[in-house]
Design a protein around this ligand. Structure first.
Ligand code: TXA
Ligand code: MG
Length: 335
């Protein structure tokens, strides 16, 4: 090897999700380097959850405030139980929805090797068992992986490898490209508290699906202190302003459409993306973040958003849209 060279490529490597991607990603993570990987929800920035320096690099790379805890990802319910106490209702939900877009906030076991930086010092730990590449990587690595969404703090979560590279590119060594993620919004976060089941973040599993398995209503807390410390009001912020519930389009606006019927004067829009012509909320969730990013790239000062119903996955979609539209000046602690 020539002098001055290292055994690492200088730029960001984007590697297709092929035969050696798991071992290549596991090798990077073993050296303490965060790696961007596909999950079924959004791309995650993964590092060894038991290593303080590795976890610190996640926070630095995203420029994320350290008071905002991370989700630790596991490859089995067994691995989860070594980290936290899984109460009977949480177990029922894990059995029904894992692997999948469900995160459970549980009481952390003192003997868990997960580093305190992951939980930001809380005595609870958020755990999720992802599907697909993430699951294979964790199983190969043998330890939980901390992984927030692979975006700069406060920006839109990435659903393609290209967006990860465009946002974090120079700051990370490896992006594993698994194509566009299938769910498109982050996991649903739940916490069992005594008899009640609290919804801390609506996400890729609709509340009604959770309720059908849990046999009780999920409790949504509004207006109280932040439930998940990262659930700040402004988040998912594109550069353009976002105008919700648009019934009529103004000249120069970009239009995020939904369903078969258009807002008035839609022909004025400089760019239009329809989340789902047929009004399918699953399809809309899958395309939401990429649509915001593409409309932002149109250069329009404002993205006008047609109304989206709040049923099913519409709850998560509207949550993300409200955050994308929120005022941005003083907000910190986004994820
Ligand atoms: O789908 C997902 O959940 C993606 C993929 C990569 O797994 N991850 C993700 O991570 O969305 P992140 O860091 O962007 O969002 C995690 C959220 C934050 O709002 C954080 O505050 C909250 O989970 N959280 C983490 N630990 C918590 C805890 N112990 N109690 C309450 N909220 C917690
Ligand atoms: Mg995030």
């Amino acid at each position: 090897m020539a002098e001055g060279q290292t055994n690492e490529p200088a730029g960001t490597e984007i590697r297709p999700y092929g035969a050696d991607a798991v071992s290549r990603a596991a090798a990077c993570i073993a050296r303490g380097l965060p790696v961007a990987v596909p999950t079924e929800t959004v791309y995650g920035l993964a590092a060894d959850a038991t290593g303080g320096a590795a976890v610190a690099k996640i926070f630095e790379t995203k420029r994320r405030p350290r008071f905002n805890p991370l989700i630790a990802h596991v490859a089995s319910l067994d691995m989860a139980e070594r980290q936290a106490v899984v109460d009977p209702l949480s177990r029922r939900l894990a059995e029904a929805f894992w692997p999948g877009p469900l995160t459970l906030v549980l009481s952390k076991r003192p003997q868990s090797p997960v580093h305190p930086l992951v939980t930001a010092g809380l005595d609870t730990l958020a755990l999720r068992h992802p599907r697909g590449f993430g699951e294979r990587l964790i199983a190969a690595f043998g330890r939980p992986l901390a992984a927030p969404s692979a975006n700069s703090s406060g920006r839109v979560s990435p659903t393609t490898a290209a967006y990860v590279a465009a946002d974090l590119g120079p700051r990370i060594r490896l992006v594993v490209d698994g194509g566009a993620t299938s769910v498109g919004v982050e996991s649903t976060i739940l916490k069992v508290e005594g008899e009640s089941l609290r919804l801390l973040r609506p996400g890729g599993i609709a509340a009604a699906e959770i309720e059908a398995v849990a046999g009780r209503e999920v409790v949504r807390s509004r207006g109280a202190a932040l439930e998940a410390p990262g659930m700040m009001r402004s988040h998912y912020a594109p550069r353009a302003g976002v105008r919700l519930d648009a019934r009529e389009i103004a000249a120069g606006e970009a239009l995020l459409a939904f369903g078969p019927r258009r807002a008035e004067r839609a022909e004025r829009a400089v760019a239009i993306i329809n989340l789902s012509e047929t009004g399918d909320l699953r399809e809309a969730a899958a395309g939401l973040f990429a649509a915001l990013q593409r409309l932002d790239a149109s250069g329009a000062a404002t993205i006008a958003v047609e109304p989206v119903p709040s049923t099913g996955l519409g709850e998560a979609i509207n949550d993300r849209l409200r955050r994308a539209a929120a005022p941005r000046e003083i907000e910190e602690g986004r994820s």
